[in-house]
Structures are given as structure tokens and as C-alpha cells.
Design a protein around this ligand. Structure first.
Ligand code: CP
Ligand code: NVA
Length: 303
């Protein structure tokens, strides 16, 4: 593992290694055992889209591991004035020990990685959100103890989170059914990577039946604000509500990467009933990403 660009680049063993280390790091953090595996190291965080969780969890994670994070936006840097990904990557590689990037095109992240001599971590693109799904898998395992054999469903837009979910969950032995309206299916590459573990349906009820984990995400992702009204129309009926949850297994958990648009993809009632696992999921971004950074940027990285 040299970079974390998408989950299809990782095998089951890589994912479990990250999750096991994340569990250990979470335990250590909660019990006051300090970790300093990234002492003296710097992560540059490059954001071309908004963020609350990703920014704060990466920055806090670096601090907790003895390192330092630099926040940069495209607009406020020379990237916004046209400096290429290739040159940016070569410059940042001379200062920093890792680059985390949140942007639009997956190709932008791949370009940075191609020209960077330090690890590049995808902090969300239009195509993928691998760090999110590592935290989700960690949370599912915490709540349901295993991953293998679980049935997950994703209700709504076949977006970046859905793409990463179907790949990551399939790699870990889960099956995933996505209920998406026509024209909003997950990316064919993600579907191909998930293989036989993935099923697509137009029926949220069919997807939710007997599910152990119910996922959803916003109907209009960052960059799709202009389509919000049309999407609200297309996604009518693709809501995680009490009626849908009644079809899932007793004890089923809900995962939402946040931010949530309550009343759209999820009702306030279901959100609050499942707030514990949803905020565990948000917390686990910190622990999962610390594991990723240690494995990619720590001394002995790549071992
Ligand atoms: N879930 C997630 O990535 O949140 P932010 O957009 O706040 O970083
Ligand atoms: N699908 C959402 C996830 C936000 C964390 C988006 O891309 O905006």
C-alpha cells in the first residue's frame, strides 16, 4: 500500500489490517496510551470542497500521533491559479510526508499520486470516499462484531460513498444491495469490483428486507447543488424511514456519513433512534484515518 486512492486497490487483508490497527488506536486513545508514530511528520490537506469531519479528524489525528497538518484550499493556493497537479505534487513531496486531498475528479487524485513521492490519501472525490467506508466497516464490526456474511443495503444515490461501500463491504465478505432510481446507479467500475456480492434494485423495500446495516447519504452531493430540485423529485420514495427500518433485521444499524438532510434521505425519527451508531461512525473517521496514516507514513510504512 503506497497510497489510498480507492478501496478497489486494497485486498481483504489490507482492509482488516487497517481496521485492526484502528481498533487498537481507539483503545489506546481512550485509555490514555499516547501514540507518537508520526512525530515530526507533516500532512498537507488539500481541500477543493467543504468539510467538517474530514478536516478535523485528519488534523486531530496527525496531532495525536505527534505530527502536524497543514490546511490548504485550491482557491487560496496556486492550484486555483492554474499550477498543475504534477508540479503541486512534486513541490508538496519536498515538504511533507503525506498529502490528503478532497476534490472533484478521481483523475485529479490519481494525477497527484502519480507525481508524488509521498503517500496520497483520497479524502473524497466524486467517485470514491474510501476513508469514510473504512470508518463505516470499523463501526459495523464494533456494533455487530463481524463483517463476514452480513447483509448491507444502500438507499438512494449511487454516489461516492455508495461506490466505496459496495467495494469495501464486498471485500470483507458482506453482500450489498443498493436501491437507486434509474440514472443514479453506482459507477460501473465499483460494481465490477464488488462482483457477485452486489445487487441493484429499484425497490428500497426489497433492499432493506433482512438487512443488518442500512446506509444512506444525501440526494445531492457537493458539486450537484444546481440539481437539488430535480434530484429531490427523482429520489422521492428513497427515504430511510420507520416503515423501511421495520423490514430490516431486528437490531439492524444505520450508517450515514453525514452531513444529513433530515426529512429527505432519512427521517429525523430514524436518525435519532440510530444516533449512537451514526456518531460512532463519525468518531471512527479519526481512528481509521490514524491507522491509514501510520501504515502509509509511519516509519516502516509499506512493511
Ligand atoms: N463524512 C464526511 O466526509 O464529512 P465532511 O464532509 O464533513 O468531511
Ligand atoms: N456524497 C456526499 C458525501 C459528503 C461527505 C458528497 O459528496 O457531498
Amino acid at each position: 500500500m503506497k497510497h489510498l486512492l480507492k478501496l478497489a486497490d486494497l485486498g481483504k487483508a489490507d482492509i482488516l489490517r487497517i481496521l485492526n490497527l484502528a481498533d487498537q488506536l481507539k483503545y489506546n486513545q481512550k485509555h490514555g496510551f499516547g501514540q507518537s508514530g508520526l512525530r515530526g511528520k507533516t500532512l498537507v490537506m488539500l481541500f477543493n470542497k467543504s468539510s467538517t469531519r474530514t478536516r478535523v479528524s485528519f488534523e486531530t489525528g496527525m496531532y495525536q500521533l505527534g505530527g502536524h497538518a497543514v490546511f490548504l484550499t485550491g482557491a487560496d493556493s496556486q492550484i486555483g491559479r492554474g499550477e498543475s497537479a504534477a508540479d503541486t505534487a512534486r513541490v508538496l513531496s519536498r515538504y511533507a510526508d503525506g498529502i490528503m486531498v478532497r476534490t472533484y475528479g478521481q483523475d485529479e487524485v490519481e494525477q497527484l499520486a502519480l507525481h508524488s513521492s509521498v503517500p496520497v490519501i483520497n479524502g473524497l472525490t466524486d467517485y470514491a470516499h474510501p476513508c469514510q467506508v473504512l470508518a463505516d466497516l470499523m463501526t459495523i464490526r464494533e456494533h455487530l462484531t463481524v463483517l463476514d456474511g452480513l447483509k448491507a443495503c444502500f438507499i438512494g444515490d449511487g454516489n461516492n460513498v455508495c461506490n466505496s461501500l459496495i467495494v469495501g463491504a464486498a471485500a470483507c465478505g458482506m453482500t450489498v444491495t443498493a436501491a437507486c432510481p434509474e440514472g443514479h446507479e453506482p459507477h460501473p467500475d465499483a460494481v465490477a469490483a464488488a462482483g457477485a456480492a452486489f445487487t441493484l434494485t429499484r425497490s428500497p423495500r426489497q433492499a432493506a428486507r433482512d438487512a443488518d446495516v442500512v446506509f444512506t447519504d444525501v440526494w445531492a452531493s457537493m458539486g450537484q447543488e444546481g440539481e437539488a430540485a430535480a434530484r429531490a423529485e427523482a429520489f422521492k420514495g428513497f427515504q430511510v424511514n420507520a416503515e423501511l427500518m421495520a423490514l430490516a433485521k431486528p437490531g439492524a444499524i444505520v450508517q450515514h456519513c453525514l452531513p444529513a438532510h433530515k426529512g429527505e434521505e432519512i427521517t429525523e425519527e430514524v436518525f435519532e433512534a440510530h444516533a449512537r451508531e451514526i456518531f460512532d461512525e463519525a468518531e471512527n473517521r479519526l481512528h481509521a484515518q490514524k491507522a491509514v496514516m501510520l501504515l502509509l507514513m509511519g516509519d516502516g510504512a509499506g512493511a
